[in-house]
Design a protein around this ligand. Structure first.
Ligand code: AMP
Length: 173
């Protein structure tokens, strides 16, 4: 299986979780051992030999790939979660959703100043979630050296919003 074949197994689910959204369901890719292997190897190859101190995973589907990548790259794993889930002192950032607002949190002691971090999520849509996560990392003095996504919905122009960052995606629509 090549990354170019991922579009054959990522499932389109119309009107989920609400009307008008075409949801990209990655579970058929995850349950296929060869596809999952190809996916993790492709992520790792994009990082090459670049030094990363921490991989940040965004709740919840970002948590699927980020610990695996952290393990492979010899980096630590740091979760960014929705408000109220992390037990220790947090830094917070509020950001706009399609309807309304949401807050993301990170532990204040997640990393030391100057740490080199990478952000991983399953899908890049408008880029709001990744941008908010990068701001959290920067509040703690970290340097965001990469952002990695399995799927990029190009028509939503997330890449333009994240123009200050080094981004890659494994499959684009
Ligand atoms: P955004 O902040 O607009 O870039 O949205 C990205 C976040 O929303 C990611 O965490 C995705 O998991 C989720 N998401 C947004 N749109 C979709 C979609 N069409 N299919 C699956 N997940 C999506």
């Amino acid at each position: 299986m090549k990354t170019a074949d991922f579009s054959k197994i990522i499932r389109d689910v119309p009107d989920f979780p609400k009307k008008g959204i075409l949801f990209k369901d990655i579970t058929p890719l995850l349950q296929d051992a060869k596809a999952f292997h190809t996916c993790v190897e492709a992520f790792a190859a994009e990082f090459g030999k670049e030094h990363i101190d921490y991989i940040i995973g965004i709740e919840s589907r970002g948590f699927i790939f980020s610990p695996v990548l952290a393990y492979k790259l010899g980096a630590g794993f740091v979760p960014v979660r929705k408000k109220g889930k992390l037990p220790w002192k947090t830094e917070q950032v509020a950001y706009e959703l399609e309807y309304g607002e949401a807050t993301l949190e990170i532990h204040q002691d997640a990393f030391q100043k100057g740490a080199k971090v990478a952000i991983i999520d399953d899908l890049l849509a408008t880029g709001g979630t990744a941008e908010a996560t990068a701001h959290l990392a920067e509040k703690l003095g970290a340097e965001v050296v990469k952002m990695a996504f399995l799927v990029e919905l190009k028509f939503l122009k997330g890449r333009e919003r994240l123009a200050n960052y080094d981004i890659f995606s494994l499959i684009q629509y």
